[in-house]
Design a protein around this ligand. Structure first.
Ligand SMILES: [Zn+2]
Length: 365
């Protein structure tokens, strides 16, 4: 039996809003419906869908609220963009409401997990389903990526009430801190946000935060800290992007018992890769190498997982050779076992590490 797969990053709501994607559909149906549209050109072919979740035993997803600043919009079609914090707030709220609608309308397909009790009942059902295709609802825990829509820390309880449990203060830079391609430290607003988050019990996602801001947050944040989707910069020689994790950031996260979700996105696995190079240039073993790198620094297999970011601006065309849907990430088990990892290690990496994190992080929920 394949282990449970827990994915710490999928931009489902962004896809639902931008491309009308319906994740209750099978992967092949979404691809067929989109074949004559501009969607494959804009976001590639989907890697996600109901059948792949079941076949891949994807029990739980960190489902994002993701909107971007208008200055970084991908085109006129990219409507999930904001000009100010009022617009950001409205768009983030609309995405959260889409998850509430999805789980209300399709309770047999998707389930919002708010509390530790929700997590327990959800996961025990998945563990008990001793079937290749369990036909169980996929659990969603909400993750806010960017946070510009939080106008003041006094609004944090409202987001908690909606179901958000993890917040990343950056995507691009925000008024809270430097972000991808926009370096900078934590600001006073950022410190106030983090203090408010810790008080309520949010987990901090440092993905996309600039290195300086992360190092400051590692020193000051009282709550749980993770990187839902980020790779080690050391395995991307020549990269100048601040999107990847430097060794001091990795070590700081490990000291704080953090977990890092590795991203199976070709440009984050091989520096300078372009679609024209072909997928053959990027074997899935490069994902295993990223996982192994974190495990070697940690001295165990307990601090790394998967943060696929699937459908988050790229499709199957930009994933490693041999991947067709999320279910194919189970090929990592053999690749890791070839590197000496035990069955217990690979189960931890594919899902159990994120479950342990959620178990701890939802203590007060
Ligand atoms: Zn991201």
């Amino acid at each position: 039996m394949k282990p449970l797969l827990i994915d710490a990053h999928q931009d489902l709501a962004w896809n639902m809003h931008t491309f009308g994607r319906d994740y209750t559909r099978p992967v092949a149906e979404t691809r067929r419906l989109e074949a004559a549209t501009l969607t494959p050109q804009r976001n590639g072919d989907t890697l996600l869908g109901w059948d792949a979740y079941q076949h891949g035993r994807v029990a739980l997803i960190f489902a994002t609220l993701y909107v971007s600043p208008a200055r970084r919009a991908l085109g006129e079609w990219d409507m999930e963009a904001y000009r100010d914090m009022e617009q950001a707030r409205a768009r983030y709220r609309a995405q959260a409401e889409s998850y509430l609608r999805l789980t209300d309308t399709h309770p047999s397909r998707f389930r919002l997990l708010r509390t530790r009790a929700d997590l327990h009942s959800h996961i025990s059902a998945w563990r008990a389903a001793d079937l290749e295709t369990p036909n169980l609802p996929v659990g969603l825990t909400m993750l806010m990526e960017g946070a510009e829509g939080v106008r003041s820390p006094s609004e944090l309880p409202e987001w908690w009430e909606l179901g958000v449990r993890t917040i990343g203060p950056a995507w691009a830079g925000t008024r809270f801190c430097g972000g991808t391609r926009e370096p900078g430290p934590l600001t006073d607003d950022g410190r106030a946000l983090l203090a408010g988050m810790a008080e309520i019990g949010f987990t901090l996602d440092i993905s996309h935060m600039d290195r300086i801001a992360v190092l400051q947050a590692l020193d000051s944040y009282d709550g749980h800290i993770i990187a839902t989707h980020a790779n080690a910069a050391a395995l991307l020689p020549g990269t100048e992007s601040n999107r990847h994790l430097t060794d001091d950031v990795i070590d700081g996260l490990l000291e704080r018992d953090g977990i890092i979700g590795i991203v199976p996105f070709n440009r984050f696995l091989k520096n300078g890769w372009l679609p024209a190079n072909g997928r053959q240039e990027v074997p899935l073993d490069l994902v295993a190498a990223q996982i192994d790198y974190i495990c070697q620094r940690a001295g165990d297999a307990l601090h790394v997982g998967i943060g696929s970011d699937f459908d988050g601006g790229f499709g199957v065309q930009e994933t490693p050779h041999g991947i067709d849907t999320i279910a194919d990430l189970h090929q990592l088990t053999d690749l890791l076992q070839a590197r000496g990892y035990t069955q217990q290690d690979t189960a931890a990496i594919l899902g159990e590490n994120w479950l342990r994190h959620l178990e701890n992080a939802l203590e007060g929920a």
